[in-house]
Write a protein of this length. Sequence first.
Length: 321
Amino acid sequence: MLLLFLLVSSTAKAKDPNYTCPNNHILELLPCDLCGCSTSSGSFGFGTLSNANFIGVRYIYQNFESRYGIFDNSPKSKETFNTYQIWAQVPLNDKFYVTANVPYQDLTREFQGSKENLNGLGDISAIGWYKLQFFKKQKTDGSTVDFNETKEPSGHSLQFGIGVKLPTGKFEEALANNVNPGFQVGTGSVDGIFSLGYNYGSDKIGVNTLMSYYLKGENKNEYQFGNQFSYSANVYTVFSTKKMNIMPFAGISGDVYDTITQYGETLQDTDGDILNASFGSELAVEKFIFGASYTLPIQQNLFGDNVESKQRFSVYVNFAL
């Protein structure tokens, strides 16, 4: 139903899909996190660099290593997270738009010769956004202002987002005792999302920044993932030809996690933080947008330093609406 609403809305209200320059878009957050929605850090982007509304598919690969013990030679498990998403950005008018994603999770855990697999629909999420566009100062003759003059965008804008993550993915309480509690298809809880972004873009260079706070709810098992603060900043440039635009980028991102609680009690070693560096590129050809990114941690302290994030890789294909 959510995807049907997005498609109907885009048909009636979408803007001109022709690509111009990436000056009015931010890298929005994917409302899903390491210790909550089974895979993606909240700082993983939900939007694209190109100035286009879209519907598309994205694949995210991540792997982790969890240590079961206090010693360096304690046994370790290896976890692989594969996420397949249908995602979209749909305009409502010049100032409001909606982003949404529907994930399918495929998770594998190997420990002491045994293998465990989880898969299924993940937690669906949607965010409503308001964009505050800034314009260049109007020219005057020194005494009057021409209010009929067309406003010229300055390239600067702010974005305010409020959203929700739904408990459509299955939460299994038996798995919550793992060193990495993020090994779940879903959280089983309704979570709130509050975002603030700033971005600047010109024909050749752009900067995207975003901060988000995730207010986690308690699920039916009285299990509550810790609230989360996420941030990201990316710098990109544009190389244009008559048929395509190539946009390489580099940036940093991070997450700070509060402790998990169950039955009203705080669980030890369930908080943490991580700082990542990433790079990638996007290619826009007519109405199609192709993208890829690679992320490595710079510094991390997750779950008492017992869980180590190794790397993340993402590829996507979008169709501009």
